[in-house]
Structure formats: C-alpha cells, structure tokens
Design a protein around this ligand. Structure first.
Ligand SMILES: Nc1ncnc2c1ncn2[C@@H]1O[C@H](COP(=O)(O)OP(=O)(O)OP(=O)(O)O)[C@@H](O)[C@H]1O
Ligand SMILES: CC(C)(CO)[C@@H](O)C(=O)[O-]
Ligand code: BAL
Length: 282
C-alpha cells in the first residue's frame, strides 16, 4: 500500500489507472476504521484494479466543535487494517491541501429539502461541508466507482444528488450497514462510549426493529412514542428524531402502506455521543 499526503503525488500515480481496462474505486472515510469501512474497501478491491481510501476528518462538516475535537483517531491501526485488506493507496491529505483558500466560500450547494430535514435540520451546515469535501475529493481522485455506507442514509442521498447535479462520471455503490452481533451499527463514534454505554447503545437498533415489526399493526404516533420511551429508559439522554419516512423523498409518512418504500431513521445522544442508525422496511 502506498501512503500519500499530497494531491500532486496522488494524481501522478493515479494517471496510470485512468486508461484502458483499469478502474479506480474510492472509499472516503474519516478514519477510526471498523469492519463497516473494511466492507466498503473489500467491495472496491473486488470490483476495481486500484482502490483509494482517504482518511480526512473534515472540519467543514462538523456543526459542533467539541464533536470535531473528540473525533476518534487510530491512524496506526487504520494503516494496518487497510494494508491487510489489500488497499492500493491511502490518501491522507492535510486541511491545507483540501482547503488551500481556507474555509470562506461562496459556493452553496442547493440541496433543497435534504439540507433542512433530519440530519440537515439537526446539524446545520453539515451537508454543505460534506458536499464540499466529497466534491473536492472526487475531483482529485476521479474514481470510476465510489463506495459509501447505508448507515449514513441521508448522506448517500446527498452524494447521489451531487453526482447528478455536477454530471460526475462515476457510480455510487451503497453498502448495507455492518452491525455488531447484537445489532448495534458499527460507527467510529462508538469508540467514545464506555463499556456500559456500548451495551446500552443497542437500544437504537432495537427501537428501529420494534417499529419495523409493528408498522402494519400500530399507528405511527404510538410506534414513535414507544420507541422514544425505550431509548430514554435505556439511558439515552436526548433524542433528535425517530422518523418514519418515504425512502426516496424522506417525507414523513403518517399512515404506513406496504407498497410505500419506507425507511426508519433515528439520531440520539448517549454519553454525549450522537449516534445515528436507520432501517429500510421494504
Ligand atoms: N457500520 C457501517 N457499515 C457500513 N458502512 C459504514 C458503517 N459505518 C460507516 N460506514 C461508512 O463508511 C464511510 C466513512 O464513514 P465514517 O468514517 O464517518 O465512519 P463512521 O463509522 O460513519 O463514523 P461516525 O459514525 O462516527 O460518523 C461512510 O460512507 C459511512 O457511511
Ligand atoms: C463522506 C465523508 C468521508 C466526508 O467527510 C464523511 O462524511 C463520512 O465519513 O461519512
Ligand atoms: N459519518 C458521517 C460523518 C459525520 O458524522 O460527520
């Protein structure tokens, strides 16, 4: 595996992968890698001649400075895991490489509702920051295939919008959420939980499972309030949302019908750590 920090050096190496039958797969990450990330990496390795993984904790997408400062960092272990997995190139840019002109920008991505619903609402500016960094990384790496996780459901919709809006010539592959044996979605932020918190955190998966199982028999409002109560009882401190939405528009569903593609999404705080998860229904 080649480790590269500079854009110019990366692009020089990638030139040889841009022609003929060769293809570049790209997995952007913020590091503190777990099996969910490695699943994306392994999918890319199987489908491409070159797999680029980036680790960059993007300051522009954090609406909460403390969350940024406390974001877990495990670089040595990450390098080992990526090497073992068979990654071709690890790109480790600095903030200056990604944002040479600083943070001020006139660029605004017209994400519409995606910017004001759910994660967009509770993390103001978050998706603008995600668009900025993903757009920049895609222009640098120029991958044929991009791999992202369903765990960040709304983020996948945002990136799909970005690809369409800017006519980016690549395919987005969305990989199902990798979970621990008890169902907890793997997440880098889980590293910030105590052993006790890690056990309690599964309540978020259990709440989504409860809603999914009972969608055809109980009213939506009852499902949501029971799910919220179960999270509070489990020890969650604050719930941003538990929403039952149309899977392609993210419009809230008030009366479930089996023919409506549906996704249940949740975001809640445990031990001051904000966790998200989601579950597709049909
Ligand atoms: N459990 C998972 N299964 C599959 N993909 C995942 C999982 N967790 C994260 N990913 C994907 O990995 C990519 C990089 O995510 P990121 O580095 O932010 O890790 P993360 O675990 O989502 O961190 P955090 O939850 O703390 O934000 C994203 O496309 C994300 O959706
Ligand atoms: C896509 C991403 C790497 C952009 O910083 C980040 O939002 C993430 O890890 O999901
Ligand atoms: N995994 C999504 C990136 C973030 O929470 O900022």
């Amino acid at each position: 595996m080649i480790i590269i920090k500079e854009i110019a050096a990366l692009q020089k190496i990638l030139l040889s992968y841009l022609s003929g039958e060769k293809s570049i797969g790209f997995v952007p990450t913020m590091g503190a890698l777990h099996s969910g990330h490695l699943r994306l990496v392994s999918e890319s390795i199987h489908q491409n001649t070159c797999t680029v993984v980036s680790i960059f904790v993007n300051p522009a997408q954090f609406n909460d400075q403390k969350d940024y400062e406390k974001y877990p960092k495990t670089l040595e272990a990450d390098i080992y895991k990526l090497e073992q997995a068979g990654t071709t190139i690890l790109f480790l840019p600095t903030v200056e490489e990604i944002y040479p002109n600083g943070f001020e920008t006139n660029l605004h991505y017209n994400l519409g509702k995606l910017d004001t619903l759910l994660e967009g609402f509770y993390r103001p500016g978050h998706f603008q920051g995600v668009c900025r960094v993903v757009h920049r990384l895609l222009e640098i790496v120029k991958p044929h295939h991009l791999y992202m996780g369903q765990k960040d459901y709304q983020q996948c919709m945002v990136v799909q919008w970005l690809i369409k809006e800017f006519h980016l010539p690549l395919v987005l592959h969305i990989t199902p959420t990798e979970r621990a044996a008890n169902g907890l979605a793997l997440s880098s932020r889980n590293l910030r939980l105590s052993a006790n918190g890690l056990e309690k955190a599964v309540a978020i998966f259990n709440a989504l499972t409860y809603i999914k199982k009972n969608l055809t028999t109980l009213p939506i409002n009852t499902l949501k309030s029971n799910a919220i109560s179960s999270l509070l009882e489990a020890g969650f401190d604050k719930i941003d949302y538990i929403s039952i939405c149309h899977a392609t528009t993210l419009n809230e569903i008030n009366n479930y019908e089996t023919n409506i593609p549906t996704v249940i999404l949740a975001a809640a705080f445990l031990e001051n750590v904000r966790l998200i998860d989601n579950m597709l229904v049909n």
